[in-house]
Design a protein around this ligand. Structure first.
Ligand code: BG6
Length: 496
């Protein structure tokens, strides 16, 4: 798709996200010839860096985190588009000096002034930055040229009211078509493939409903602990950090109806329908159908690791959950009565994310007649990471004179099928913003629908501040409550 020359302004340009994800993604897009030309990438932030120092900072990030290695010749061509402007977003007149510098860069680079503003900054600075952009007249309306677009990183709020406040503040300056709310899971190849798997294969879609599906599991497991992010995580916890966005987005992709077209409006309309069909929480359901926990010291890959409350920046009395498991229902015709089990946590035994759709058992006759030796039901497992791919578990006869039956996997792996490593999520997402395609971004209504659905749960959890929070040793699959939650329904978590 041809794209127009653009200036990408990264607020928080010398921060961790820029170094680990954004600059490496832009470099890979450049190598693939996918970036428009000319282009300017302008980091803006408090650090006192000049262009040369910023290029070094970017090189270091690319060297460490890029999917592809640095090729010197290409690097210098890419680095020529990198600039840095020292601004303190909270200071008066910050935007004026940034504006003057952007004008010069654009004038010298022959750029028309199309701009993408990336807010890679702490949430407390979102709204002041947006307001400053408006005051400095950096934002032209809607689809005019030169265009202005804004990318907002999560978290968008910590509850419904604060999400609305942020959305209102952005909407006062940008139209919805100019706003790109990132959920980086939507940029992952395997996640994009969910819709392809469902709607490009005629055999599967007729089976994905309450007639044939027993239940669905969505697991996003991380081996890492909270690391250096306690400042943010302490006030967030796993429910806000992972479920409100990533897990619910995965659920919508599995559960949504076929969209009438593949454009942003149609796809996002269908995803919204799923969020709006989620069964509302009652206090009794919160007590029975949710489990949370916090990791205590344990072992990760054989190495002893500290518990959450001993992590740097975490309160010793913290009640922040680092693990969540939920049983939820999508109360519509297709999914009536089918439980969706969601779980996510930090310091679990490994990094593994998977969606598994477990089908109903074969009828209890013929090969499945023995109640003591039930056949394993079919499972379609979509491995999001690592070892990307999917597998279909089916029953097969073991060769030999007896009718022994054994479950086998029909397995697809990206690595063997397509060879080269898949692009990083941020590559696709940045490219889509440059093209103005919002399909893989969260629309305001769906962000607010997720929060609206979670509010009674958050409130109920907030009431029980006296009861001790369940714990799990680092390196375990969460607290025993998580097993009880699924086992109470006669099912089990699928081993990963
Ligand atoms: C982020 C969360 O959105 O996703 C982090 O804030 C989490 O806490 C991360 O570690 C996981 O992303 P990925 O791509 O590594 O699975």
């Amino acid at each position: 798709m041809p794209s127009e020359p653009v200036t990408i302004v990264i607020f928080g340009g010398a921060g961790d996200l820029a170094r680990r994800k954004l600059l490496p993604a832009l470099y890979n897009l450049f190598i693939d010839g996918l970036l428009p030309s000319p282009i300017a990438i302008v980091g803006a932030g408090r650090k006192a860096l000049d262009d040369a120092a910023y290029r070094e900072f970017a090189r270091d990030g690319v060297k460490r985190f890029s999917r592809r290695e640095i090729e010197d010749g290409r690097w210098y061509a890419f680095a020529a588009s990198l600039h840095f402007v020292n601004v303190d977003l909270e200071a008066n007149g910050a935007m004026a000096s940034l504006g003057a510098r952007l004008d010069t860069i654009e004038h010298e680079g022959g750029l028309p002034g199309n701009r993408v503003y990336y807010l890679a900054v702490p949430p407390s600075v979102f709204v002041p930055t947006i307001e400053a952009l408006a005051r400095a007249r950096f934002v032209a309306p809607g689809d005019t040229r030169p265009f202005a677009r804004v990318i907002v990183e999560k978290p968008i709020g910590h509850d419904l009211a604060s999400a609305r406040e942020i959305n209102d503040a952005i909407a006062a300056v940008f139209e919805e078509t100019q706003i790109f709310r990132i959920d980086h899971y939507l940029g992952k190849e395997t996640v994009q493939n969910i819709l392809v798997l469902r709607f490009a294969n005629g055999f599967l879609e007729p089976l994905l409903n309450q007639k044939y599906v027993d239940h669905v599991q969505v697991t996003v497991a991380e081996a890492e602990g909270v690391g250096t992010r306690a400042g943010y995580y302490e006030a967030a916890g796993a429910l806000r950090d992972m479920v409100q966005n990533h897990l619910l987005q995965l659920l919508t992709l599995v559960a949504m109806e076929p969209p009438r077209a593949l454009h942003a409006g149609a796809v996002r309309d269908e995803k919204l329908q799923v969020l709006e069909s989620l069964r509302p929480w009652t206090a009794a359901d919160v007590d029975a159908l949710t489990a949370r926990g916090q990791y205590v010291s344990g072992y990760e890959m054989g190495e002893p690791v500290a518990g959450y409350t001993a992590e740097q920046g975490v309160s010793p009395t913290s009640r922040t959950e680092t693990f969540v498991a939920l049983q939820v229902f999508v109360d519509n015709w297709r999914w009536a009565g089918v439980p969706f089990f969601l779980r996510t946590g930090k310091r679990l035994p490994k990094r593994a994310s998977e969606i598994s759709i477990q089908f109903k058992e074969a009828p209890p006759i013929l090969f499945n007649a023995d109640p003591e030796a039930r056949l394993a039901p079919n499972v379609l497992a979509v491995r999001i990471q690592p070892d990307e791919g999917f597998a279909l578990r089916i029953c097969s006869k073991v060769p030999g004179p007896r009718d022994n039956i054994y479950p086998v996997n029909m397995d697809f792996r990206y690595s063997s099928a397509f060879g080269s490593p898949s692009p990083e999520a941020y590559e696709r997402l940045l490219l889509d913003v440059i093209h103005g395609d919002a399909t893989l971004f969260m629309r305001r209504d769906s962000v607010e629908a997720s929060w609206r659905w979670l509010m009674p749960l958050l409130e109920r959890w907030g009431e029980s501040s006296e009861t001790p929070l369940p714990t799990y040793p680092a390196g375990d699959w969460g607290p025993p409550e998580a097993d009880r939650l699924i086992e109470a329904t006669g099912r089990r978590w699928r081993p990963l």
